[in-house]
Write a protein that binds this ligand. Structure first.
Ligand code: HEC
Ligand code: HEC
Length: 427
């Protein structure tokens, strides 16, 4: 993947910068090109255009995005009629909910992730158990603690409320008059039994609608991206003038940037314009006492490999072009309690932090990195940083420069106007 090449180049540039041996210490003796290159690699200007999603032939279809936008906010796609994707992914809160553990029909065991730029991510969720945005979207719909409904129910919602729009994009809806209102493979026992009794042709027809719901939602989500932050303006000014600009970031913020690349070694994992390598690492984040052990990535590799909706499945449009899935490594000890490296863009705007909201402030996060405690399971990859209080403040100041507005069509950054009304209103 070309994006990956860019990330690797970024790491190489940082390595050569650190090779100079005084990255965090002195301004004047650093080779300015290497320092600029390392800073540039973290800027949005270095972001490659979003690659197409071969597994979703509607990914870049405007009509699918419009439909997906409405589905994302539609509470009829839930067991109790009260939960939509936006219940947890609130556009006013960076498309997350600001609570440690997400609340849907029930309480989940992880924190809600932001949506922006997640289309760049080859594996979705904290453990990466899905390999596309459309396959990801189908998870919460059938999860007993999130939307809690069944795919038969969702097919009915589509045929009742979205028929015309759906058919314009995906073709004629099948006749599901005789399908039971609740049936699906992942819900309660009764719904599962009803699902098993359906002829396989009916099951496929329902699943196809379900898959297209996911593909429409993914088409919408792809358009939500990060806009430039103060940090990006700093890099642009640097590029334009050829000298380190003095008036965009404070000297503490610049010192924080150097710690981020140097002594803190944050760029080892948080690199590239989205400040993530899109990989999974064990950083010794403490467990939440009330939750069972969460093994993270190690438990998700087989899940994505055999997922009903993965890139190699018959529901995918990729025709076997699945580079990420095809080179997936077998589970090993390094995957024990490893979690996805989150983007740090807009991170100051979306506390609490980590996969189960273990930390409520950035200061707490940095304290964790500074101490590097023993991992509750597996081995942490961190070593204590031994940074002083002033350095921790500088690092935090730098993280705060990464905030900017979300980017994307303005209408997609809020609820659709006709929210709650059906497309065939008046009927
Ligand atoms: C009950 C709250 C809740 C609802 C409802 C919900 N989500 Fe999420 N979302 C979460 C949580 C929690 C995670 C992380 C879960 C995990 O890692 O196991 C997540 C993760 C994601 C991710 C992964 C982002 C990444 O970078 O990997 C995407 C995308 C997403 N949700 C989209 C959706 C869509 C689309 C819907 C509606 C079909 C939806 N969510 C409904 C709470 C919710
Ligand atoms: C070995 C890889 C690695 C290194 C090095 C690393 N991180 Fe992280 N970072 C992660 C992972 C993985 C997570 C998520 C862990 C979890 O949820 O359990 C994370 C989470 C975070 C979060 C919380 C973001 C959120 O949305 O919850 C912040 C902030 C953060 N890192 C900042 C830093 C800083 C600053 C440094 C350098 C001092 C750093 N990281 C070094 C891998 C790393």
């Amino acid at each position: 993947m070309t994006l990956r090449t860019v990330l690797l180049l970024g790491v190489a540039a940082v390595a050569s910068l650190l090779g100079s041996g005084h990255a965090a210490a002195s301004d004047s003796r650093e080779p300015p090109d290497a320092l600029f290159q390392a800073a540039f690699d973290l800027s949005l200007e270095a972001l490659e255009p979003l690659p197409p999603d071969a597994s979703n032939r509607w990914a870049d279809d405007e009509r699918a995005a419009d439909l997906g936008h409405r589905l994302f906010f539609d509470t009829r796609l839930s067991a109790n009629g009260r939960v939509s994707c936006a219940s947890c992914h609130d556009p006013k809160r960076q498309f997350q909910d600001s609570v440690p553990l997400a609340q849907g029909v029930g309480t989940t065991s992880r924190r809600t992730m932001p949506i922006a730029a997640s289309a760049y991510s080859p594996f979705l969720f904290w453990d990466g158990r899905k390999d596309s945005q459309w396959a990801q979207a189908l998870g919460p719909l059938e999860s007993a603690v999130e939307h809690g409904g069944t795919r038969a129910r969702y097919a009915q919602v589509i045929s009742k409320h979205y028929r015309a729009d759906y058919e314009r994009i995906f073709g004629t809806l099948p006749d599901l008059q005789n399908a039971p209102p609740e049936a699906g493979p992942a819900a309660d026992q009764k719904a599962r039994a009803a699902w098993q009794r359906l002829p396989s042709g009916t099951r496929d027809a329902i699943t196809e609608i379900f898959v297209n719901v996911g593909k429409a939602i993914a088409s919408y989500e792809r358009r939500i991206q990060y806009g430039p932050s103060r940090y990006d303006r700093f890099v642009s000014a640097w590029k334009a003038n050829g000298t380190l600009p003095r008036d965009v970031l404070t000297s503490d913020e610049v010192a924080g940037l150097k710690l981020f690349m140097g002594k803190g070694n944050c760029v080892r994992c948080h690199n590239g314009p989205l400040l993530t390598n899109n990989e999974f690492h064990n950083t010794g984040v403490p467990r939440r006492q009330e939750l069972p052990d969460d093994r993270g990535r190690i438990a998700a590799i087989a899940a994505v490999m055999y997922d009903e909706f993965n890139c190699r499945s018959r529901w995918s449009d990729a025709g076997g072009r699945c580079p990420e899935l095809n080179v997936l490594s077998a589970p090993g000890p390094e995957h024990e309690r490893a979690f996805k490296v989150p983007s740090l863009r807009n991170v100051a705007e979306r506390a609490p932090y980590m996969h189960a909201g273990q930390f409520s402030t950035l200061a707490e996060v940095l304290k964790h990195y500074n101490r590097a405690p023993t991992a509750p399971l597996g081995r942490t990859e961190l070593k204590p940083l031994k940074l002083g209080a002033g350095e921790l403040r500088q690092l935090e100041a730098f993280l705060r420069t990464l905030s900017g507005d979300l980017a994307g069509p303005e209408k997609y950054l809020r609820a659709p106007d006709e929210q709650g009304k059906s497309v065939e209103q008046g009927k």
